[in-house]
Design a protein around this ligand. Structure first.
Ligand SMILES: Cc1cc2nc3c(=O)[nH]c(=O)nc-3n(C[C@H](O)[C@H](O)[C@H](O)COP(=O)(O)O)c2cc1C
Length: 304
């Protein structure tokens, strides 16, 4: 049998298939036909200090090879999340990583302080410093090496749980930002968040997104995500979680070869939220076919 287990920091995951933030709710509200216990883990949608309604509609539009969204971090806020969602995780059967977003360093820190003040089954935090759809915060941190460093350092001092910094592709040098996160104590980085995009209605001459720009996700992102992972792989030693355009198990293999130790599935969940569980069997078959005992042995093995 192939060993699909992977390790990030001091946490072992039963397999490397995770769901991406914003595409699988809070993990406790998925349809009955999805067996979340098969997944390696679930990354929640971004949670902020205060509840957010997000951006006005239209905030999602389809494009030929993906979608553009400008949800604007709509979420219930950390207090509601702690009260209503966190207790359900004790029986969920997989690991939960809470994704957090903020407009200031203090906001990110306050969320972690609140979370650390309660007992919970959350194994870690993914720090969204890469949201292109909010006016303040988010990507402001992710495009700045020293802000990324400062934020990571502060959050590292507040928790011993996994700290995973989620990187933006909308930068000149993603590896430099990853290095800053690693140097300041991140256990892993995840890459990539969406790429800034736009879609125009040729009849009305208006943008199809209220906020004009949005974040492009889906198959169009895979080559960008792979390049990002490969660049980061040459710069850091911590694990990389590959994200962007994954729809099938062979996409996962490509991400591993580029340097990812695990992956997240995003947009594909809107087509079929059970894609992840199906992929797990397919990955086992692939590894058997190429005579590999452990999926981790594929990490970074692209032949350049
Ligand atoms: C509708 C939608 C909402 C998203 N919301 C978040 C979010 O709240 N926080 C976050 O870090 N990423 C968010 N993302 C980005 C995804 O987690 C992921 O990085 C991106 O979609 C690329 O992966 P994909 O091509 O598999 O979708 C969102 C993506 C989509 C499509």
């Amino acid at each position: 049998m192939t060993d699909l287990r992977i390790q990030i920091g001091n946490i072992e995951f039963k397999n490397p298939i995770f769901t991406a933030s914003g595409t699988f709710g809070y993990g406790n509200d998925v349809p009955d036909f999805v067996d979340v216990s098969k997944l390696g883990g679930i990354f929640t949608k971004s949670i902020t200090l205060h509840p957010r309604e997000g951006n006005p509609p239209p905030r999602i539009v389809e494009t030929p090879s993906g979608m553009i969204n400008s949800i604007g971090l709509a979420n219930v806020g950390v207090d509601h999340y702690m009260r209503e969602m966190v207790p359900s995780y004790s029986t969920i059967g997989t690991k939960i990583i809470m994704n957090i977003a903020g407009s200031t360093l203090d906001e990110y820190a306050e969320i972690i302080r609140k979370m650390e003040s309660i007992s919970s089954d959350i194994v870690g935090y993914e720090i969204n410093i890469s949201c292109p759809n909010v006016k303040k915060g988010g990507m402001e941190f992710g495009v700045d090496r020293s802000l990324t460093a400062e934020l990571t350092k502060i959050l590292r001092s507040l928790t011993e749980r996994l700290l995973i910094v989620k990187l933006s592709p909308n930068v000149t040098d993603i590896a430099a930002i990853a290095t800053a996160a690693e140097e300041c104590g991140a256990d892993a980085v995840s890459a990539i968040n969406t790429v800034v995009g736009m879609s125009i209605n040729p009849t009305t001459w208006k943008s199809n997104i209220y906020t004009v720009f949005g974040g492009l996700s889906g198959p169009a992102l895979k080559p960008i995500g792979l390049a990002a992972v490969q660049k980061i792989f040459h710069s850091v030693k911590i694990p990389i979680i590959g994200i962007g355009g994954i729809t099938g198990s062979l996409d996962v293999i490509e991400y591993f070869l580029a340097g990812a130790s695990a992956v997240q599935l995003g947009t594909v969940n809107f087509q079929d939220p059970s894609t992840g569980e199906r992929m797990i069997d397919e990955l086992e078959t692939y590894c058997k076919d190429v005579s590999i005992d452990s999926i981790s042995s594929l990490v970074g093995k692209v032949k350049n």
